[in-house]
Each structure stands twice: as C-alpha cells, then as structure tokens.
Design a protein around this ligand. Sequence first.
Ligand code: ATP
Ligand code: MG
Length: 148
Amino acid sequence: MKTFITSNKEETILLGEKLIKALKEDQNVILLKGDLSSGKTTFTKGIGKALGITKVINSPTFTILKTYEGYKTLHHLDLYRLNDIGQDFDLEEYINDSNAVTVIEWPNQVEALIPNQYILVELTYLDENKREIKISSHNTDQSWEEKL
Ligand SMILES: Nc1ncnc2c1ncn2[C@@H]1O[C@H](COP(=O)(O)OP(=O)(O)OP(=O)(O)O)[C@@H](O)[C@H]1O
Ligand SMILES: [Mg+2]
C-alpha cells in the first residue's frame, strides 16, 4: 500500500495518470472509495488521460455507466444511485471486460460482483484542496508501487 497527499485537483489527476501507466495490462479493475467530493471522479480524469481519452469525464446525474474510447476502452461506473435508478444492463459484463479498464465509484453497492483481483484507491477529504489517497493491491502484483 502507498499513501499520497495531493494539494490540488491537478495533482490528483496526475496520480491517476501515473497509476495507469505503472499498472500491468491485466490490472484493469480499479475501485474508488471515498465520501462525496473526495476526488474519485477527478482521479478518474487522470486515468482517462493515461488511456488517451479526450472526452471530458464527469459524473452526470442518472447515469451509472459511461464507456469512453481511447488507446484502450474505459468503463466508468458511478454506482452511488444504483438503488434509485436500477440497471437495465449486465454490470458484470463491464466489470469483467478484460479488454477495458473498469473504474468503479461506490463499489460497495456491488460487492458480490467485484473480482478477486483489483486495485483499491481510498480517498479522504483533508481540507478544501488536500486529499489523502491510499492505493493498495488486492491479490495482484504490487510492482506499480516502485513506479509511483
Ligand atoms: N486535491 C484534490 N484532489 C481532488 N479534487 C480536489 C482536490 N482539491 C480540490 N478538489 C475539488 O474537489 C472536488 C472533487 O470532486 P469529485 O467529483 O472528483 O469527487 P467525487 O469523489 O467523485 O464525488 P462524488 O461522490 O460526488 O462522485 C472537485 O470540485 C475538485 O476540483
Ligand atoms: Mg464522482
């Protein structure tokens, strides 16, 4: 596990970008945990940047899944409202898409669907501009730690 403190949103974006560049091809499930406004979507913007996605990544209301195409596909799931709006598609299919990177905000909503191997990013609001960001490997290679 590694812990970082970012002092502005740009640093959080940069950390997301560096993480993707440091991960191996098969390390493609990233769980983002943290309160509202802790920076989960901001971190995802960095992931998108590393994947060559030029569209703006945001968290629109009433959408729980968005797929973006870059050098590689990104599935961005924001499950905060899953219980309110339900789903009319197979979430598991997106979570297990080995050709894509899948990022899940509020993964506790779908615990049973989370694969055995994943990278966990835990974000904590420290003050208006500072966030603590802990990144850990679960049943997967940790060599990314040396590159961050
Ligand atoms: N160091 C920082 N890292 C990330 N975001 C920051 C930082 N400092 C300030 N911010 C601001 O905090 C907000 C984080 O919002 P963001 O949408 O990324 O959070 P979130 O965790 O996805 O929230 P939600 O649970 O509502 O989806 C943004 O407005 C961003 O500009
Ligand atoms: Mg968000």
